[in-house]
Design a protein around this ligand. Structure first.
Ligand SMILES: Cc1cc2nc3c(=O)[nH]c(=O)nc-3n(C[C@H](O)[C@H](O)[C@H](O)COP(=O)(O)OP(=O)(O)OC[C@H]3O[C@@H](n4cnc5c(N)ncnc54)[C@H](O)[C@@H]3O)c2cc1C
Length: 460
């Protein structure tokens, strides 16, 4: 082992979470390495450019929901530019009875929309006066039915959950999956009243950075990855690392992996962070008790197939919205489609369109397992009918599959979070991060990355 194989911190996983940790460790002057299994950093974030189209293989956009997002872009300076989505992105379409309807954004639309039943619209008037629930394990579907009614569950919350989690409101637990919504009920007694009161509360300069705008990155999300890698320094990121395992050693941990040539490499570090999905944890941390590992690894993920479709000459319906979501109740084959070129710049040639169509999800995992031909046939049929396209001849058609796309914070979340805490207490200097806790979106990952780096810096 060489003398410089002794680090203050090692980060396992070079996706967005691991890279943000690395970025702030570098800024803090910490001696660290990121160890990444694949041959490129960035994890599920990957941008492609061809024939005048720019499209994403994984996430497409995120929400500026934490100040840490704005601060990261500020810290990166000119290296990459935040792109806030056009106004179009505020318009969301929901499929009902063979056509799209805009999700109401105001009172009058709320009263006239055919998405919700008359009785539920009346019921909604009483929402601020309904007493808060007292079961922290209540699934999202129960909470929404109790406060708002079945049609709001079917035509607002179910498609919203498909859009964010590719998930199922019967499985997700609001306390963990939608903590802001859960806290509105718990702290203010009502979603509506709480949201109004929260909006009126004064926000300090830092809080104002969380504008809730939809954002991407100019030229594609991977430009954020390039900017992070440049700032971290390629020499601090080890790629193609197989069989990564951690074991306690005197003065910290020994991290072992196989390099590209299959040689076993051993590094020492005072602190170690895992920034991978929960399914990787048993292999990475073999020394942790079976009981704790079982609880950490109890997390289910939604399987998703994403199809990127580029049309040089778009001849379908006007795509003047963020996209369209398809409620489970409508029994269609797709979860929804994002109309990327309608709200982000330079995603398709003039007069063309770039669309991402999603299939699979927690309720229909087998859809994402279909062959490319089967998936294409299904999407062709759905897109032609739903986006009013006479013939389906995309200039770009790419399919990206994810077995572990989005974690589902449902039953077992409390046990998982407690097991993470207990393990970290038993093994000081070990941090179990990644999307198994603290949120599933890119903004959540950036926030966690920043916080973990602070934690490491304090002990380094
Ligand atoms: C299809 C899809 C659509 C999405 N859409 C959105 C969206 O619209 N908005 C939004 O905000 N978020 C979205 N997300 C979620 C968002 O992409 C993630 O929150 C974020 O990118 C995850 O970053 P991460 O670093 O935590 O995980 P990952 O990107 O999964 O990175 C983990 C990294 O760890 C590496 N790794 C795994 N195991 C090991 C090991 N044993 N040793 C070493 N390295 C290992 C992996 O190779 C990978 O590089 C989407 C995700 C997917 C898959």
């Amino acid at each position: 082992m060489e003398a410089n194989d002794n680090y203050q911190a090692i980060v396992i996983g070079g996706g967005l979470t691991g890279l943000v940790i690395g970025f702030y460790l570098k800024k803090a002057g910490i001696n660290f390495r990121i160890i990444e299994k694949s041959n490129r950093p960035g994890g599920v974030i990957q941008t492609f450019k061809e024939e005048g189209f720019t499209y994403e293989a994984g996430p497409n956009t995120a929400v500026l929901s934490h100040p840490e997002v704005k601060e990261l872009f500020e810290a990166l300076g000119d290296a990459c530019e935040l792109e806030i989505a056009d106004e179009e992105a505020k318009r969301r379409l929901i499929w009902k009875d063979g056509q799209w309807h805009a999700l109401p954004s105001g009172l009058i639309e709320g009263v006239t929309t055919p998405l919700f039943s008359f009785s539920d619209k009346i019921k909604l008037l009483g929402e601020p006066f309904r007493k808060p629930g007292d079961n922290p394990h209540e699934p999202l579907s129960g909470m929404v039915k109790r406060r708002m009614g079945q049609s709001f569950l079917d035509y607002a919350v179910d498609p919203f959950i498909l859009g964010i989690y590719a998930g199922d409101p019967d499985y997700l637990i609001p306390k963990y999956a939608l903590p802001k919504l859960y806290n509105l009920e718990q702290n203010y007694g009502s979603f509506i009243g709480g949201a109004i009161k929260k909006r009126k509360e004064p926000k300090d300069e830092r809080e104002q950075k969380a504008t809730r705008d939809v954002f991407s990155v100019k030229g594609g999300l991977e430009n954020l990855i390039h900017a992070l890698v440049d700032a971290i320094g390629e020499e601090n990121i080890i790629l193609n690392a197989g069989d990564v395992t951690v074991n306690p050693s005197e003065d910290g941990y020994e991290v072992s992996y196989r390099n590209k040539q299959k040689e076993k490499i051993h590094l020492k570090s005072r602190q170690v962070v895992s920034a991978t999905g929960s399914y990787e944890i048993p292999g990475i941390l073999p020394f942790v008790s079976k009981e704790l590992i079982h609880a950490i690894n109890n997390l289910k993920y939604a399987r998703v197939a994403e199809m990127s479709l580029g049309f040089k000459n778009w001849g379908g319906m006007e795509l003047n919205a963020f996209g369209g979501l398809v409620p489970s109740k409508e029994n269609r084959q797709i979860l929804g489609a994002l109309f990327l070129s309608s709200f982000l710049k330079n995603r398709a040639p003039e007069g063309g369109a770039m669309i991402s169509v999603f299939t699979g999800g927690y309720r229909k995992p087998d859809m994402a397992k279909l062959t490319d031909e089967e998936l294409t046939q299904i999407v062709e049929k759905e897109v032609k009918e739903m986006l009013k396209l006479d013939s389906f001849n995309p200039d770009i058609l790419r399919i990206f599959r994810y077995e572990y796309a989005i974690p589902q914070y449902g039953a077992g979340s409390l046990e998982r979070l407690e097991a993470v805490k207990k393990t970290q207490q038993q093994y000081p200097g070990l941090i179990i991060a990644g999307n198994l806790r603290d949120g599933i979106g890119m903004a959540d990952r950036i926030k966690q990355g920043y916080e973990v780096a602070q934690e490491i810096s304090k002990l380094a």
